[in-house]
Design a protein around this ligand. Structure first.
Ligand SMILES: C[S@@+](CC[C@H](N)C(=O)[O-])C[C@H]1O[C@@H](n2cnc3c(N)ncnc32)[C@H](O)[C@@H]1O
Length: 201
């Protein structure tokens, strides 16, 4: 039975709604590649996905999983811009450097904050770098493009990060931006989803 209160699948549905074959997309927290795979499937072999993570071991798992589904995966080891050539580029770098790697407009982006389930919970996203990465990504969105962020306020430090991300999204001017929040009404501290859609260029 589907679980209504899991917000990550909602983020996928809202990104699939705008992504088209051949588009460009960004995953700010690749982990083992589940969200990256959703983006890669939506943009298809003619599209480009750039995915960041600070954990080399997670990216290795992501690469294997993505290749097993037929994706063309490039381990992007240099510190410079990712080419426009189609493929899934896995970047071992902090997502706050997104603007150095991606310079052309994108249709959609995803961030699944916090730490990798089953991994080291100390390797978690942090308010300052998260907000820098989100702002850099918002700046890259095409009109009609979306950024979906799953926020985890329940782990140590997660509440501070959640407050910072809330402020960033709440400050996006209306009507240039439409901002949606999907949250579980009867479970305080549960993960929630923020989605920003750029309305004008
Ligand atoms: C909730 S997990 C992501 C799950 C992943 N999207 C998946 O589908 O498996 C959060 C990820 O953020 C990564 N992370 C933490 N700080 C980061 C940073 N500054 N830049 C990029 N990734 C970061 C962690 O290593 C972890 O893999």
């Amino acid at each position: 039975m589907p679980n209504l209160t899991l917000v990550v699948p909602w983020s996928h549905a809202l990104l699939r709604e705008v992504l088209r074959p051949g588009d460009a997309a960004v995953d700010l927290t690749a982990g083992e590649g589940r969200d990256t795979q959703v983006l890669a499937d939506a943009v298809g072999p003619a599209g480009r996905v750039v995915a960041f993570d600070v954990q080399a071991a997670a990216l290795k798992q992501a690469a294997a999983a993505l290749r097993a589904t037929g994706c063309t995966v490039v381990d992007w080891m240099t510190g410079c811009e990712v080419p426009a050539t189609p493929g899934v580029y896995l970047v071992h770098a902090c997502h706050s450097t997104v603007a150095a790697f991606v310079t052309s407009p994108i249709r959609a982006a995803v961030a699944n904050l916090g730490y990798l389930p089953g991994g080291d919970s100390a390797l978690t996203t942090r308010p300052e770098t998260t907000c820098r990465s989100l702002q850099g990504t918002l700046d890259l969105l095409l009109a009609g493009g979306r950024l979906a962020v799953t926020v985890y306020p329940g782990h140590p430090g997660g509440d501070v990060e959640a407050a910072a991300v809330d402020r960033l999204f709440a400050a996006l001017p209306c009507p240039s931006w439409q901002v949606l929040r999907v949250s579980v009404a009867n479970a305080p501290g549960a993960p929630y989803l923020l989605v920003a859609e750029k309305r004008s260029g």
